[in-house]
Write a protein that binds this ligand. Sequence first.
Ligand SMILES: *[C@@H]1O[C@H](CO)[C@@H](O)[C@H](O)[C@H]1NC(C)=O
Ligand SMILES: [Zn+2]
Length: 583
Amino acid sequence: MPSFGWLITLSVVVLLGSLIYQNPEPLIASITNTLAYKVFQQIFEETHCYVTVRTNSADLPHAECFSVANGKFRRVFLDETSYDLIKERRKGHVIPGLWDGHGHLSQFGESLDSVDLFDAQSMDEVKKRLVEYKAGHEEAGTSEQWLRGIGWDQANFKGKWPVAKDLEIDAHFKDLYVMLDRVDVHCIWVSEKVSSLLPKPLPQVPGGEIPAKGVFCDNAMDIVMAYYPKPNNARRTKWIQDAMFELNKHGIVGMHDAGVFLSEQKLYKELSASDSWTVRVYGMSECDTRNTFCPDDVEKVHTANGMLHMQSVKLFADGALGSWGSAMIEPYSDKKSSSGTLLVNATKLSKITHDWAHAGYQVNIHAIGDLANRIAIDAFEEALKTLCPGSTLRECQAKHRFRIEHAQIIHPDDQRRMNELGIIPSIQPTHATSDMPYAETRLGKRRTEEEAYRMRSLLPLKPVFGSDFPVEPVNPFEGIYAAVTRRSPKTGLGPKGEKKGWYESETVTLEDALDGFTVNPAYAAFLEGKAGVIESGAYADWIVLDEPLETLDIESLRSIQVKETWVGGRLVYKRAGPMEAPW
Ligand SMILES: *[C@@H]1O[C@H](CO)[C@@H](O)[C@H](O)[C@H]1NC(C)=O
Ligand SMILES: [Zn+2]
């Protein structure tokens, strides 16, 4: 008996083919949206082969192929001969997708929609950039939509703080609502129009400074923020999408968002279910009032698609070094009258840490100065003493994974304590290279040598590396370069323009730097085995480079460009290149 099965199949294929040919997009979309297709995708794996694949996995550190099913890696194998269903042999060299261990997603998106004041070397330059921006953004500067900018530094204004009046650049600017973030986002500088909204006299805010008329630092920023017109969800959504595109472009597949406000949490949850959410986010919740306990307002989130995880909180012990806001044990070397400001006292920090930890949250404390780091470690140690009866503090820490965000200046005694307890440092290597020109002036020789910007000394703690974007550029290869050389990724040079790196004894190997952007942030987000690695069961996130990382000249890290970025088995970024001939 002849079989008609083939004939029927052929007819269906021809019919579908002609339909797709006539009107492809809706039909393809409707097919790929069907349950049958999704089941098909889950059962059948897609195989990808490259020239080399670096896996970060002990099982098979170097491979050539892997298969993907349902957004996860299914198998990793040496070469195509071990498997016969290769979809396509691609060019390029693969490494696991990179994670930024400390960034600010929506602020980064907002910064893309703001005046870029980074590296503006004078007040005139700042004014010039503001005027140029305004010319192209008619809508910015109204009471509903303030003109925003980021990146100024008073060090570039001959060390003098700017004032509100400086923003009255011309008759037109006089009426504008302007708010500009300092380079470290720990101070804002606002126009007269914004100042006119504020209560008079200005209230005293503990942990806040108003160093000049129109400039508000740390907790004093809240005075202004109360009047800041909250962006609507449409704008926020656009910021997030723009931010994610930029992140994917630099090979980032995931990030730790170091401060998700309550108002953003709901939006994140909604958006993370959509295809336009292309970066995995591990979010640290922040209460509306800093350094408080608000368990009823936050929730733990682990979405089924693995695109959003939340089970940690962000607390703040102090401000930043650039504005003398970081809390030091001894006074600053270049400002003997001050040793910075704690944003919260040790008693209260310990209490909030204890409360959040007992509610099941990982606690991540921002600490820059050595005093802030000390009270953060104290708070963690206190909490660990009550959290796990019967275990050692170290075992308890392995369970709770408390982190110090920045961990920038740490007294040698406290470095030892961190090492004993296993507290995770979350470090931004590019902060070290951005701050190196002035850090020693501010801290003096001894503190710089023994305490500041440790990297190699903290390696046993598996430090998380990140950029703190938008404070530093998002490009993780700049962070890797900074960690490996302790030289500026912008110039390739040390603090005084020399070839030698800054305190080179604190450099780390390329291997360790890569861990800082892959497996270490995975562990610090309770995602070990799922992120930062190419192995069976992990999220299918990888990036493609033109050259294998191992053989690259270190200097070329400064200009490396990612070829492709894949998240959950989906191509989310492809570098535009010269058109390739089809033959
Ligand atoms: C710490 O701060 C809290 C509230 O901010 C305050 O009630 C308490 O008295 C302070 N404790 C010390 C020792 O200063
Ligand atoms: Zn930050």
